[in-house]
Structure formats: C-alpha cells, structure tokens
Design a protein around this ligand. Structure first.
Ligand code: 4AD
Ligand code: MG
Length: 466
C-alpha cells in the first residue's frame, strides 16, 4: 500500500480518516503503555495541535529505535489514520512503520516538556519555534503578512520595493545605522580633519532606512495607490518592550486622499487583519487566550466591532489634563504623548482604539501638511489598548512653498531632497499615507507583551545573537 505524504494539519482533520498517510515531524512527547504500545505526539508546525501516533511494540525496530524517539527528535511515520476515541482530537494514527531520522539527546535538548519562561526562550531563539508559543507566533505572523498583501492587492494598490540603503532621514530623528565600507581604523580625513565620506562606497554618507515613505511617495505620484512592506531600522537606544532596532513596516501611500480618508483606510485595514487572524488562526488565538492573556479574544472582538474614536491632539491633551490622574510626564500642549498618556486614553478613558490627529508641528517630521492654524500638522497616530501607537501617518505637504519652509525649519539640505520636492513641482496632488509596525500589530493580536517575542530573531540594543 502506498502512503500519501500529508501535513499533520490535514492528518488531524476528520476528512482524513481511512487514509494511508506518511507523516514527518518532530516529537513533542512519547509515553509507553504496558499494553504493548507507545504513544507519540507528533508536530510539524502546520497546526497548533499534534497528532497522536500509536506505535505497536511489534514493529521490527521497536527496541532499537523507538526507545530513542525522545522529545525533539525527528521521525517519519507511515500508518493509517483512524477516528480517535479520545476527547479533543478527531483522529489518531496507527503506525505501520516508524523511521527515526534524527535523535535529540534528552540530557542536552533544552525543550523538555516543562514550561519555560519567555526570557529563557530568547536565549534559544534557534530552537524556540518548536514550542507551542513560538510556533503559534510564527503562524500568526505569516497570516498577518499575507493579509497585508491581500488587503492592498484587493484594493488596487501596487507593491513597491523601496531601498534599504538610503542617504535621507525620513523621520528626521537622527537614529539611523550607518552603512559604510571605510576602514574604521584608518579613516580618510578632509582638510578640516573630518571624516571624508566622499571616499566611502557611495561617495557620501549612507544609512539603513527608517522608512520607505519618501521613495514610495514618488511611485504614488504615478501609480495612485501603492504600498511598501519591508524591514526598517532604528538605532533608538531605548530598551523598551515595544521598540526593536530592526522591525517590519508596511506603508501605503494614496494619491488624491486627505487625512479623513487616510484614517478610513487605516481603520479598515487593521480590522481586516484582526478578522483574518480570528478566523484563520483560531487554534493559535485560543492558545494565546488561555496562556498569554485571558482577555485577548474579547479585546479583539471588541476592537473589530467598535468604530475607532477620532480625537484631535488638543482635545486629547484637555482630556488628560482634566482626568485628575497623576502622570509622570505632565500633559501640556506641545509635548509628545507618552506611553502612559496613550494607555490612559485607550484603556481607561475611551476603552477602544483612538486616532489622535492634528499634532503640534514642532514635534512632527517635515513632510506633514501644515494646517491653516499654522501651529498643527495633519498627522494621525492610531493608539491601541496595551500596545499604544500602532500606526503613524499623515496627509503630506503637497504645496511646494510650504514644504520648502518646513525643510528649512528642519535644516534639511534642499539639494539632497530636490527629487522629493520635484513631486510638488510637477503635477502635485493631495496625498496621504501611514506606517503600521508589523510587530506592534502582532503584539496586539497575540497578546504577547514584549516585541522580542514576536520577532523571529530580535535585534535590540546590545543584542544581535543568532
Ligand atoms: O510613526 P512612524 O515613525 O512613522 C513613519 O515612519 C512614517 N514614515 C509612516 C508613514 O507615514 N508612511 O512609524 C510607524 C510605525 C509606528 O506607529 C510603530 O507601529 C512602528 O512603525 N515603529 C516601530 N516598531 C517597532 N520598533 C520600533 N523602534 C518602531 N518605531 C516605529
Ligand atoms: Mg510615530
């Protein structure tokens, strides 16, 4: 009889009952019964749950091999899928043969059955995907990435690959990683004693990008609706649970679009992601709801159903001031909202996502459209319960002279940004966009509190392992 190679996800499904199947995966547990069988829980990552394999001690290699089938080892099983008499599983597999592919020394293999802390798991990031938590995170991360593409593709957006290496600082925060091939022990100097970057690889200073926005804006002014989705880098020396030095950002840019429409897009987009995860990662979400955050499902359903509150920055400051709450940073008009302020608004005061817009011009980047009041810009940040800022976006300044004023205000070199200003010189249109931090979205949908646990290999200050 030939055995069909199928996934464990499929083998667990009742529709597979009766099939002769070939299954490959990693052993989660093995238990030997006195009745002449071993029970092996097998997982291949295709689903949260394992399939139970029943191995009779009459197999010819039972004594030599099955006894070495310990936690973490890899095996190939051929057998028949049967209806399971056990609760909580539709099927089980009656093994006809078991091939031991790779053993895992039970003394040294770090993932024995007992629960480990997330902190410990970070020190074994190369093995942690074989656990319930990190397998689930990886599947959800995959689903969210796919939803992002689906949402934009279904809405006539084109996917643009913007460069990773750049000479411009989009956000103006000065927290960029330098890209250079100069020998740090033998730097060329100019006649003023400064490093001569004209001798560097690109003939000038270059960095890893903090955002693809400026480049994607150029494609927007020709393709109408575009998005970029890729890794971005920030050398922020802030050791928080929500900041990584390397993270993934998706940035749509929409032509002929003002701030209100931008907010509509962002809200629809976030709800699409949450809805897809709830539907397609149900088993993983169930697990997070049990093990990580018991309010998770309720929160996701609630956000899915509630219209986001839209609140001007000025009104947000007033609410904070009148709250009677003692904040570490005193809320005053002009400050950037701190995480304690964001949490108060989303978790205590409004109890749902909030879109804060029209921020003071002094605390926002040069490219945002200035309001008629001259004091504020058409910025919007979307704040979520627990994770705080999940999206940052704005309507862009599309009027050349006002953009030039803002560039001067930010002391930008006009010549280096001439190409960006050209978009306002030739066929300018009102346009808007935003950036969603993929990991912030993942923290929200999984309930996982630390960004280090939703990135496969987190890069944070002082940490570049694996
Ligand atoms: O608010 P930010 O800085 O906005 C931009 O970069 C704009 N260029 C986006 C645009 O309008 N096209 O970053 C956008 C989002 C934040 O809201 C946050 O979710 C995420 O990126 N983010 C980070 N995520 C993880 N670690 C960091 N260090 C992050 N910095 C920003
Ligand atoms: Mg921001």
């Amino acid at each position: 009889m030939s055995h069909e190679k199928i996934t464990i996800a499929l083998a667990r499904n009742a529709e597979s009952i009766g099939k002769a199947a070939l299954l490959q995966g990693w052993v989660r547990t093995r238990r030997d019964s006195k009745a002449g069988f071993s029970f092996v829980e097998l997982n291949d990552g295709t689903s949260f749950g394992n399939v139970q394999v029943i191995v009779p001690n009459t197999l010819p290699n039972y004594e030599t091999d099955i006894k070495l089938v310990t936690v973490g080892s890899s095996i190939i099983v051929q057998g028949i899928i049967k209806e399971s008499p056990g609760v909580g599983q539709a099927t089980e597999v009656e093994a006809k043969s078991v091939e031991l592919v790779g053993t895992a020394d039970p003394v040294n293999y770090p993932l024995q059955k007992k629960g480990h802390t997330l902190e410990f798991m970070r020190s074994i990031a190369h093995l942690r995907v074989r656990t319930n938590t990190f397998g689930a995170v990886a599947r959800v991360r995959n689903r969210v990435s796919f939803s992002i593409h689906q949402f934009f593709q279904e809405n006539d957006f084109f996917y643009i690959h913007t460069p990773i290496i750049t000479a411009s600082d989009c956000e103006g925060a000065g927290n960029m990683f330098r890209v250079s091939t100069l020998d740090p022990n033998n730097l060329p100097k100019d006649n003023r004693g400064k490093v001569d970057f004209s001798e560097d690889f690109f003939g000038k200073e270059a960095y890893l990008t903090v955002s693809g926005q400026l480049n994607v804006e150029t494609y927007c002014a020709g393709l109408s609706r575009v998005y970029t989705f890729g890794p971005t880098f920030r050398a922020e020396n802030s050791n928080t649970s929500r900041h990584a030095a390397e993270f993934w950002m998706v940035e749509p840019e929409i032509a002929f679009c003002e701030l209100e429409e931008n907010m509509d897009w962002a809200e629809k987009f976030l709800k699409r992601i949450i809805g897809d995860v709830l539907r397609d990662c149900a088993e993983d979400i169930e697990f997070f709801n049990k093990q990580i955050d018991t309010t998770l499902k309720e929160t996701l359903e609630h956000v899915l159903q509630s219209p986001f509150i839209r609140l001007s920055y000025t009104d947000a400051i007033t609410i904070l001031q009148r709250s009677g709450k003692k904040f570490e940073f005193k809320p005053e008009w002009g400050i950037d909202l701190q995480s304690e302020h964001e949490r108060f608004l989303t978790e205590e005061h409004l109890k749902r996502p909030v879109i804060v817009y029209d921020y003071p011009r002094a605390i926002k980047p040069f490219y945002m459209r200035v309001n008629d009041d001259g004091q504020t810009v058409r910025a919007m940040d979307i704040l979520f319960p627990k994770v705080g800022e999940i999206i940052g976006g704005s309507e862009r300044e599309y009027r050349l002279s006002l953009l030039e004023d803002r560039m001067a205000e930010h002391k930008l070199d006009m010549e280096s940004y001439r190409w960006y200003a050209d978009l306002r010189r030739y066929g300018t249109v009102p346009h808007s966009g935003f950036g969603l931090g993929l990991e912030r979205a993942l923290m929200f949908v999984t309930g996982i509190a630390n960004i280090r646990d939703v990135l496969p290999f987190p890069r944070t200050p002082g940490n570049c392992e694996f």
